[in-house]
Ligand binder design. Structure first.
Ligand SMILES: C[S@@+](CC[C@H](N)C(=O)[O-])C[C@H]1O[C@@H](n2cnc3c(N)ncnc32)[C@H](O)[C@@H]1O
Length: 410
């Protein structure tokens, strides 16, 4: 059997699901696989998705007509592995074997797969993959062509892993970022790292850790985490000593939040409900609204997103964000503060959403506290924070996020 065949064949099956059936990578369970094969398959599929279109441009030079999707995915995987430095013989043998094992559907194409892969040059270099048009155009308009090219360059790289640390607890070695997150390059099995068992840290992108830092929770404050699951921000709020109520509509995601609280031994009151219908008993000192959004800021961690989404859900999402924001503002005590955040790169889920909220609620003020490690260039003219994947590009980038802190009048 060719080495790594299980992981590679699984990676092809994952690519078939994403590109043929519009399934998200996060839906892949792979529970029947050994953990190492599962992790390798996902990593191979993600890497292939980061280079899919440049890979196709090279493959198409050697294909007279397009093969079935699963064969194309087998070729894409082998080509991308080669470009990443894998030895030719291993990738070719595995691709041929996967094609042979496809039976009637693909076995007659083993010769083609072998010939195409052997015809590829030794020094394969892949161009940078561009964002899809529905996303690229508004981003060029918002940030300029150079910024979008820089974002695409970061999207092509495997992202590092960031941890949010709990003061006084053990943690692994890594690079401490200016905003306080710890960055790891090759973390390996997380549950074996120092501090895992004690709940001393949790995985959270450096940008995703900033909405809670912007909210500046204080011990004893009554804080609502609205749209809370799976709960990275709930853990931050609870670790600050605030009295946290965490609400989310999704029961499975709330189960993950509960497990995260159990591992870290942090307290919060959990409510599974639709925020459009729920009402609190009493107002809050502060609210974090980490609203559902297009998640276009997380493409470096979710390279399937550009292939599965087409922007058609945006009007519904922006309407929901505004409704959630209006409801949440009504649950604040006088002078209470609310952070609105989205992991989106699109101004309509960020800058434009803030501008519209200020028009609907002219008495609100936007607060801009001093936060350690924040580059002054990341603040917008309206005192919001706009974070992009190309920020800290030399360190591995960060997720795209928008966040603003609003204060209710007396
Ligand atoms: C961006 S995610 C939240 C991430 C979370 N704050 C964290 O840091 O782990 C948005 C969440 O909004 C929830 N959501 C969507 N519509 C909702 C609604 N009407 N009421 C409550 N939660 C909702 C989704 O289930 C999803 O978990």
């Amino acid at each position: 059997m060719a080495e790594g065949l299980t992981a590679r064949a699984t990676a092809v099956a994952i690519l078939d699901g994403v590109l043929g059936e519009g399934r998200m990578l996060s839906d892949f369970s792979g529970g029947h696989l050994a953990p190492a094969d599962r992790a390798r398959a996902l990593r191979l599929a993600e890497t292939t998705l980061r280079h899919l279109e440049p890979a196709d441009r090279l493959l198409d030079k050697h294909l007279r007509k397009s093969p079935p999707l699963t064969v194309r995915n087998t070729l894409r995987l082998a080509l991308v592995e080669r470009a990443e430095g894998a030895p030719a013989h291993g990738t070719v043998n595995a691709a041929v074997e996967i094609t042979r094992q496809g039976g009637k559907r693909t076995a007659h194409l083993t010769g083609l797969v072998n010939a195409v892969l052997r015809a590829l040059p030794d020094d394969l270099t892949l161009e940078t993959q561009k964002l899809p048009r529905w996303l690229r155009q508004p981003l060029v308009h918002a940030f300029g062509r150079d910024a979008v090219t820089a974002i695409e360059t970061v999207h092509a790289q495997e992202p590092p892993l960031d941890l949010t640390l709990r003061p006084g607890f053990p943690h692994p070695d890594g690079d401490l970022l200016p905003t306080g997150s710890l960055r790891l390059r090759n973390p390996g099995q997380l549950s074996t790292l120092p501090g895992y068992a004690e709940g001393g840290w949790w995985v959270q992108d450096a940008a995703a850790a900033l909405p809670v830092k912007l909210l500046q929770p204080q011990p004893g404050e009554r804080i609502l985490d609205l749209c809370a699951a799976p709960g990275g921000k709930t853990l931050q709020l609870a670790a600050s000593g605030a009295q946290v109520t965490a609400l989310d509509i999704s029961a499975p995601r709330m189960a993950r939040l509960q497990a995260n609280l159990a591992r870290t031994n942090l307290p919060a009151t959990l409510i599974t409900a639709d925020a459009l219908h729920w009402q609190p008993d009493a107002p809050f000192d502060a609210i974090l609204l980490d609203a559902p959004c297009s998640a276009t800021g997380t493409i470096r961690r979710h390279p399937d997103l550009p292939f599965v989404k087409d922007g058609s859900e945006l009007p519904n999402l922006t309407t929901l964000q505004a409704q959630l924001l209006d409801r949440a503002l009504g649950w604040l005590k006088p002078q209470g503060r609310l952070v609105f955040s989205t992991c989106s790169l699109l101004p309509e889920e960020g800058e434009a959403q803030l501008a519209a909220a200020l028009t609907r609620h002219p008495s609100l003020t936007v607060e801009r506290p001093d936060l350690p490690g924040i580059d002054p260039a990341w603040w917008t003219p309206d005192n919001a924070l706009r974070l992009r994947p190309d920020h800290w590009a030399d360190r591995g980038g960060m997720d795209g996020f928008f966040m603003a802190r609003l204060q209710r009048p007396i």
